[in-house]
Design a binder for this molecule. Structure first.
Ligand SMILES: [Zn+2]
Ligand SMILES: [Zn+2]
Length: 233
């Protein structure tokens, strides 16, 4: 989809972790599984993603006002995956947008929304994530792991590099917390180290654009078939 070509060239130029993003990960630390924070802790009130459900169809295209700048965006339905939907950028204000696949398949349309990215400081991401009502809801249903496949998108606000949900959900609350690096690829490990120090590994920007969306029922019922898609390039 257009979004990917629009952001191309930004991440390609900048590969090295910048010096000003100090790496606080210590090699000698023992590796243990990450523990989820206490479920009984008081939930913080956090800002939620801005959304729009004002989505109209013209033939094979949908159009909707950007939840941030209200300018009209159009998306060709052929660019959407029936389950995963698609991500694009507002052509006017460049915010990241998530469009659920139900708009293509006409599933659960009255409940669907287009989501706009919310700026969240890298360091505040764990606090944001673990206090998010959608995540609390998935926890109560016992299906938190679905978030690896659907419902969480995180991009660097400046270079638009997309971080994998596996990296984001494993970011520890405090710099002293121990992280299990074994489940991560070497690229993800590198990203984790930089994000732990509070910044993007590619451009050292300190703010993410995050989307946490409701998980539609058609995604939950398809989730068993989704695992392989996640590995597709
Ligand atoms: Zn916009
Ligand atoms: Zn960046």
């Amino acid at each position: 989809m257009g979004f990917w070509s629009r952001r191309k060239g930004v991440t390609d130029d900048i590969k090295e972790t910048p010096d000003n993003c100090l790496n606080k990960y210590e090699e000698g630390k023992p590796v243990l599984p990450v523990e989820e924070p206490e479920k009984s802790t008081k939930k913080l009130k956090i800002p939620l993603n801005k959304t729009t459900s004002d989505v109209k169809y013209i033939l094979k295209t949908i159009f909707f006002p950007c939840p941030i700048c209200s300018e009209i965006n159009t998306v060709d339905l052929s660019e959407l995956d029936p389950i995963m939907g698609g991500e694009t950028m507002c052509v006017h204000c460049q915010v990241v947008l998530h469009i659920p696949g139900g708009y293509l398949t006409h599933s659960e349309v009255p409940k669907l929304k287009v989501y706009a990215g919310l700026p969240v400081a890298v360091r505040k991401f764990p606090l944001f994530y673990w206090n998010h009502p959608v995540i609390n809801d998935l926890e109560q249903q016992g299906i938190t792991r679905i978030i690896i496949q659907y419902g969480l998108w995180g991009f660097c606000q400046r270079c638009h590099h997309q971080f994998s949900p596996a990296v984001l959900i494993n970011l520890p609350h405090t710099s002293g917390e121990i992280v299990d690096y074994r489940s991560l690829s070497s690229e993800e490990m590198n990203e984790m180290k930089s994000l732990r120090a509070g910044c993007c590994p590619y451009c050292s920007h300190r703010i993410l654009l995050v989307i946490i969306s409701d998980v539609p029922h058609y995604v939950i019922s398809a989730s068993e078939n989704l695992a392989h898609r996640w590995e597709e390039d």
